[in-house]
Design a protein around this ligand. Structure first.
Ligand SMILES: [Zn+2]
Ligand SMILES: [Zn+2]
Length: 324
């Protein structure tokens, strides 16, 4: 797998641009002639040297460009631009690593740039950078487990992938669920899926849209939604059927119950159907019952039945809800 986009060669777009003014910015004391110009996705033109790119990377120079002026003297005003899908920050950093010199401390760059750079270094096989990127990515794992999991999955760092997966699954289950599905890791997808039922339908749907291709997400979302629906039914069965507990005077319910119960049903009808939400809603409404011990018994039974009912559905693998 590789990041999207590959280098393209285009003719110099503007005759106004004077390539002879381009200097190598990758190194303070570089004296090599500029014989190739790289244009970043944000439109910055950066001059560098084919020999360094050939020696320290793979794929940064498209095949069509290798045939022309490699090895010849620099005629910078006739150079073609190699357009890369990466932005200028990433390219400038990549080019530093194609020069023989002390390299920047990658622990000091922002996390977002680090991820972009680490992916580009892997994509173009800039081996002078990939090893140190891997170490710094591991250091970032606690704070950014999902991004590290994506990186390890894309580039095959299996050992680091396991550790990142555990953290990412706990920290951002919806994203992890969707991404694991998109890379066909159904065992991880199903583990994460069990954590997603504390989240809103919208959160899960948005993650699936973001990470799965057009034809993939509706089917898995359908299965997920069916499971959520089954969870809602499992929650509402004990809610709709509270056990009768005789109060003083022989009535099945007290006055307080008639005020408490419709509110419980009303709140849970619009809440995420999970045990945590049920318990917190119950506690928030409990003062209405004024410590009625008979109603307390009803709630105790309800809690146990909700727990068992939800647990039996949560454990079911998502595959049972998929149509194939
Ligand atoms: Zn240079
Ligand atoms: Zn009561």
């Amino acid at each position: 797998m590789s990041s999207a986009g590959s280098p393209q060669v285009i003719s110099n777009l503007s005759s106004v641009e004077d390539d002879s003014l381009l200097v190598c910015e990758a190194s303070d004391d570089c004296t090599h002639p500029i014989d190739i110009i790289v244009r970043s996705s944000d439109g910055v033109r950066i001059g560098t040297h084919k020999s360094n790119l050939f020696a320290c990377s793979k794929g940064l120079v498209p095949a069509t460009s290798r045939l022309d002026s490699f090895g010849s003297s620099s005629h910078t005003n006739t150079l073609q631009d190699v357009v890369l899908p990466e932005d200028s920050e990433v390219i400038q950093l990549l080019l530093k690593f194609t020069h023989y010199q002390p390299q920047p401390d990658l622990r000091l760059i922002g996390t977002n740039l680090l991820f972009r750079f680490a992916n580009a270094a892997e994509k173009y096989c800039v081996y002078s950078a990939t090893g140190v990127c891997n170490i710094v990515m591991e250091m970032s794992m606690k704070d950014q487990p999902f991004e590290v999991f994506q990186y390890t999955s894309t580039w095959g760092y299996v050992g680091l992938q396991e550790a990142a997966a555990k953290l990412a699954m706990a920290q951002c289950p919806a994203k992890f669920f969707a991404y694991a599905h998109s890379i066909n890791r159904s065992e991880w997808r199903d583990l994460a899926e069990q954590q997603t039922h504390k989240l809103t339908t919208k959160e899960v749907c948005d993650s699936l849209r973001e990470f799965c291709k057009g034809s993939e997400w509706p089917e898995v979302f359908g299965a997920w939604f069916q499971k959520r629906d089954t969870l809602r039914s499992a929650l509402f069965f004990p809610l709709n059927n509270p056990i009768p507990v005789l109060h003083k005077g022989g009535s099945a319910r007290c006055e307080e119950w008639h005020s408490f119960y419709p509110q419980l049903l009303g709140k849970m009808a619009v809440e995420v159907p999970c045990e945590d939400k049920f318990l917190s809603t119950l506690e928030s409404l409990r003062p209405i019952l004024k410590d009625c011990i008979h109603c307390g018994m009803v709630l105790k039974s309800m809690k146990e039945r909700v727990h068992h009912g939800l647990e039996s559905v949560v454990k079911k693998p998502l595959a049972e809800f998929l149509n194939h």
